[in-house]
Ligand binder design. Structure first.
Ligand SMILES: Nc1ncnc2[nH]cnc12
Length: 463
């Protein structure tokens, strides 16, 4: 990171002599924003940061439409989840900007929301309140790991094939939810899943939404996902498939979800694998995303470390703890923040701008309630593509690396569970390394996790 020598006095002098600089930026440079965010040291200005914040917001605001749809499948109140999603994204982004001064936006993680709703609540049959409790404890574990600084120890000792397999599997799981939302993949008694009625309105509009996103994103349009959701929803309205209920209103109450989590009920031995999955996956998800975004900023060193990393991870995990309390699934650093970085964002001011915009969205709850499930299907498949793209980095010639990555990734959509994917990956890795006489490559921590999962399968799940 380049940090030219710099004093407030030299700023004022430069500002008065540089006629090209806008008066706003000159004021800001000598003012509180310059001092707090160190704008000149980061080679940026207030206007660049504001544009970057708006860009990041536009690429990720789809989550306020998608998250209520996914969490309502778990029986949660969609309008309360809408408000909580806006609020927690605002809190997370603003906290990240103030505490870590990084242009990283936070919001409820895609993937973990689907895991919570479809695998933990619907699949395992636990109540959403207990499921939210597992998210809370998972976030507390993540916060402890970040506070104690053992995060880098975990990240360096978990094999690359599992680190890549996990987000890839989550991507496939999200894509599966998208296909199902659009009715493109449906249940079948004979083959478990099969193709739906491709001539139906939901399939056609779901597919249209997907193509809009991919084409626009290929042209570098940052709000591709938002535009796709808007176009598909508008067509659905014109075709009479949804009822117009308005655009703006006062925010609905969040009392149906706020503080409703079951903290004691979720501390059940049968749910330890789920808590572990939430903790481990959020650690990978956040660290991987933050490293990706800060690399784009030019902030990372050779080992992938970046300034104020600890503050960033603690802010992320603490926001997840608060989010679970308010009523939303795990909060993570959004990879979409790279769009803001591409627009020049380098400081926390960009994250704060994105956060402030999330507060404004709270007033658009009727609009969110009108969005049909198939209008967000394309977004889900698109996020799936982004998350699985890492699979290409696996060494295909070494089966003891490629097989665990593959098993981790495919077990998630096949079992509809992130935990089963993580477990299968750890166990496969250890078995293959032992079976090929390469057991020395297994870190004791990885062997312990594999053993714990075997014990869970044999003695907890089997009873
Ligand atoms: N789980 C996730 N990780 C990083 N960026 C995301 N954007 C949406 N979901 C995400």
């Amino acid at each position: 990171m380049s940090t030219p020598s710099h004093t407030p006095h030299s700023d004022v002098k430069a500002a008065t002599t540089n006629s090209a600089a806008s008066s706003n930026d000159m004021l800001a440079k000598s003012g509180v924003l310059e001092r707090f965010f160190k704008l000149s040291a980061h080679n940026t200005s207030v206007s660049t940061e504001v544009i970057a914040g708006i860009t990041t917001f536009m690429t990720m605001v789809y989550i306020v439409f998608v998250n209520p749809q996914i969490l309502s499948a778990a029986g949660m109140d969609a309008s309360a989840v809408f408000v909580v999603t806006c609020l927690i994204s605002a809190i997370g982004c603003i906290a990240m900007g103030l505490i870590a001064n990084l242009p990283i936006a936070l919001a409820p993680a895609m993937g973990l929301n689907a895991f919570f709703a479809f695998s933990v609540v619907v699949g395992m049959g636990v109540s959403w309140q207990v499921g939210m409790g597992t998210i809370f404890w998972g976030a507390v574990c993540f916060a402890i790991v970040s506070l104690l600084g053992i995060r880098s120890w975990i990240l360096t000792n978990i094999p690359k094939c599992l680190r890549i397999g996990i987000p890839s599997g989550i991507g496939l799981l999200i894509a599966m939810v998208g296909f199902s939302n659009a009715g493109i993949v449906v249940a079948s008694p004979a083959t478990m899943i099969t193709v739906g009625d491709l001539s139906s309105l939901e399939c056609v509009l779901g597919a249209l939404g997907f193509f809009i996103i991919v084409i626009l994103a290929s042209h570098g349009v940052h709000s591709a996902v938002l535009i796709s959701i808007a176009v598909v929803t508008a067509i659905a309205a014109l075709m009479g498939d949804i009822e117009y209920t308005g655009i703006v209103s006062m925010p609905p109450s969040i009392s149906n979800t706020f503080g409703e989590l079951d903290l004691a009920g979720s501390l059940d031995v049968a749910l330890m694998g789920v808590i572990f999955s939430f903790a481990l996956v959020s650690l990978f998800d956040s660290s991987g995303t933050m490293i990706g975004v800060t690399e784009k900023c030019g902030f990372t060193d050779k080992r992938g470390r970046f300034p104020r990393m600890k503050q960033a991870l603690i802010t992320d995990s603490a926001t997840s703890v608060v989010g679970a309390y308010m009523g939303t699934s795990t909060v993570t650093a959004y990879i979409e923040s790279s769009a803001g970085v591409a627009a020049g964002g380098r400081t926390g001011l960009a994250a704060i701008v994105a956060g402030l915009l999330f507060i404004l969205v709270i007033f658009f709850s009727p609009l969110a309630a009108m969005v049909p499930g198939y209008a967000v299907a394309g977004a889900l498949v698109y996020v799936g593509i982004l998350m699985s793209s890492e699979l290409a980095k696996i060494d295909g010639k070494d089966l003891t690396e490629s097989a665990p990555a593959f098993i981790t990734a495919v077990m998630m959509p096949f079992t509809f569970s992130i935990t089963e994917g993580v477990a299968a990956g750890f166990i496969t890795y250890c078995v293959l390394k032992v079976g090929t006489n390469r057991w020395r490559e297994i870190h004791p921590g990885v062997a312990l996790v594999a053993l714990l999962f075997i014990i869970k399968f044999a003695f907890v799940d089997g009873h």
